[in-house]
Ligand binder design. Structure first.
Ligand code: ATP
Length: 175
């Protein structure tokens, strides 16, 4: 049996000291990765997942509202909607409950930072998100963990190239 899930998320852009950053999170891994056995030397800690904020679309919610809500909950910052970027799709197998195979579609939106402090999240959310930080946008296509999200970052870069005026409304010299 294949079930479907729909989520939405955001690339939150912020310009600081003339450089563009996006809000990245390190979610707690839902499924601990097996680390290969090594006979020599100490075990390396598994690299953290680096991802974009996203979450399930609630009943009656528009995906862009979900993106703004999830960004606020998972990163602590408020943002404004710029445009839709792209949908990404993947399969995964639930490691809980029914063990169903899930076909998931996640709609990503380009958002621009408005207010708030990254990492200012509720104690509940700390269980899901262990870290949030400003990742230089140009590094995102190699730093994000999932191929689909790396493509989302590339499309954000393309959008910025085509719309350099976006920076005019976002001149922000503070941290
Ligand atoms: P949501 O954040 O939408 O509420 P969730 O945290 O319940 O969702 P996912 O983040 O979709 O679930 O993770 C479910 C599984 O899919 C995990 O094994 C995760 O590693 C994997 N996964 C998450 N994002 C991607 C992606 N972009 N490409 C491939 N696999 C992914």
């Amino acid at each position: 049996m294949v079930v479907r899930e729909f989520s939405a998320g955001g690339v939150v852009l912020r310009k600081m000291r003339g450089r563009w950053f996006l809000a990245a999170i390190e979610p707690h891994m839902t499924r601990p990765k097996k680390s290969p056995k090594r006979s020599d030397g100490p075990r390396k800690a598994p690299a953290a997942l680096v991802a974009l904020p996203k979450g399930a679309i609630d009943k009656g919610e528009k995906p862009e509202q979900t993106a703004l809500r999830e960004v606020s909950e998972e990163t602590g910052v408020q943002a404004n909607l710029v445009t839709k970027l792209t949908d990404i799709k993947y399969y995964y197998v639930r490691n809980w409950g029914d063990g169903a195979r899930v076909f998931k579609i996640v709609s990503f939106y380009l958002l621009i930072y408005r207010s708030g402090r990254l990492g200012n999240i509720s104690p509940d959310m700390r269980i899901e998100v262990q870290n949030a930080y400003w990742l230089p946008l140009e590094d995102a296509p190699k730093t994000l963990s999932y191929a689909g999200e790396r493509e989302v970052a590339k499309s954000a870069l393309q959008y910025l190239k085509a719309h350099p005026e976006l920076g005019d409304h976002a001149t922000d010299t503070t941290h």
